[in-house]
Write a protein that binds this ligand. Sequence first.
Ligand code: CAO
Length: 438
Amino acid sequence: MAEVTIPDIGDFEAVEVIEILVSNGDDVHAEDPLVTLESDKATMEIPAPGNGTIANIAVSVGDQVSEGSVIMEILGNADPPNPSPPAPEAEPDHPGNLPGTVSVERAVEEKVPPVPGEIPAHSPPPTLPGEIRPTAEKIPHASPGVRRFARELGADVSKINGSGPKGRILKEDVKAWIKRALAETPGLQEATASGIPPIPEIDFSEFGETETRPLSRIRKLSGPHLQRAWLNIPHVTHHDEADITELEAFRKSLKEEAEQSGAKITLLSFIMKALVSAMKKFPRINASLSPDNGSLILKKYFNIGVAVDTPHGLVVPVVREVDRKNIFDLARDLAELSERARNGKLKPADLKGGCLSISSLGGIGGTSFTPIVNAPEVAILGVSRSRITPVWNGESFAPRLILPLSLSYDHRVVDGAEAARVCAYLARSFEDVRRLSL
Ligand code: CAO
């Protein structure tokens, strides 16, 4: 059995114990930290003098100790008294801490002109035995172990609020800070890995009142997904128009029949049918690039994602086997999926397996927009609000109902000419309702 006493800690007297890092019965190895002491100038850990089991801890947090104070006992083959003084904290940016010296948390920067061969002025000089360097600035309250932990994870202790006694930073505070930093910066890893300079931080409260609200779970997920697609895909959007005058008359004629079958038929069901027809005619828009970008994976199934606007953000549930469903089936599927989306009842499987997506803002407004391709799909059809427009028919202007279409595509897979052909084909399909059944 060996008593553990406070070794020579320099000129310090009555230094406060701020942390007890072991409990009675713990097995420790030589140099394991046992307690943390903190004076107004330095924080230091007292190491175990040898291997053994901790017993009779004689100090509590808040006690004051000086050189020679007994703090606990170690049962086993611990070395006899006269343990080595506190181990200096290994500060890679504080070179030259000599073994057996007391390491002060942050030494003052010494404004001494550099001499060739000397440690540069911006690095603190080596601590000499028995020397305690004063601190010039306020030290964030944290034990050397916590500082080391924070440094290993890249956390800046000066930015962390401590929840320990007297605001001391605990390991838990460092973990919580890192978790928060990661959660609050969706897409951070992608953005920094891509080498794109981050948008500078601004304190908006300098300019007026602000309120900070957390992002919804959906936005936290969809944000990085959209950013990935935007950064990876060379996007082009092709705009076109379709005359849907006859189609709209046909849709209205189906209203009664639809209501009887429990479905509300909107234009979207027809758009899905037309899109499947276009996917069959232009198979490249129903494809994805292989992960190595070396080949094209053509899909022989026809599932269409539909962007749904919900109070929590955008989701894109997938309507399956659109080629095998009629307009009434599609209307029912759409109503069911969009209701579940708005009530937050979608399952992960509802969001998978899409071949191509539609983003319809027609119920809201707009004349055209540039939707973002829902990667790894290669195209997305944007639909804006139809409007009555005077169209020259060769003899006179006639009022026609015109639907704006915006097809965004991955230019690595789809060429501009092909996108124009797809849109022209869609427009022809809408203009001649019979084609939708082809
Ligand atoms: N032009 C004119 N009117 C249109 C139209 C169009 N292109 N599309 C739909 N409408 C009409 C509908 O006929 C309906 O009219 P009534 O109320 O008189 O019957 C009304 O607009 C509302 O339609 P809806 O939006 O309820 O139904 P929908 O089938 O057209 O769309 C859904 C369903 C889920 C796609 C839609 O509600 C929605 O969420 N759209 C937003 C999608 C979105 O946010 N996209 C942006 C994503 S970011 O790229």
